[in-house]
Design a protein around this ligand. Structure first.
Ligand code: ADP
Ligand code: MG
Length: 73
C-alpha cells in the first residue's frame, strides 16, 4: 500500500468576517506533516486549531498562503 503523502501548509492565513469585523483566525502558519509522524496541535480555545486542520484537509478555503499535498508513491 502506498505511504500517505506529506501535507504542508505554507504561510497560511485565514480571515473570517462576522458582520463587518475581520477575525484573523490564522496569520502566516507553516506546518509540515510527514508520513509516519505524529503531531499535536495545542493552544487555547479560539486560537485557530480547527481552522488550520480544516484548511489542511481541504474543507475550508484559505485567505492567503498555500497547502501542498504532493502525491505519494
Ligand atoms: N465559521 C466561522 N465564522 C467566523 N469566525 C470563525 C469561524 N470559525 C472559526 N472562527 C473564529 O476563528 C478563530 C479560531 O477558531 P477555531 O479554529 O475554531 O479555534 P480552536 O479550534 O483553536 O478553538 C476564533 O476566533 C473563532 O471564533
Ligand atoms: Mg477547535
Amino acid at each position: 500500500m502506498a505511504e500517505a503523502a506529506t501535507v504542508e501548509a505554507r504561510e497560511v492565513s485565514k480571515v473570517f468576517f462576522s458582520g463587518s469585523d475581520p477575525v484573523w483566525a490564522l496569520d502566516g502558519v507553516s506546518l509540515t506533516l510527514d508520513p509516519g509522524s505524529f503531531t499535536c496541535i495545542v493552544g487555547p480555545s479560539g486560537c485557530g486549531k480547527s481552522t488550520l486542520l480544516r484548511i489542511m484537509g481541504g474543507l475550508e478555503p484559505l485567505t492567503s498562503g498555500e497547502v501542498r499535498r504532493p502525491q505519494s508513491g
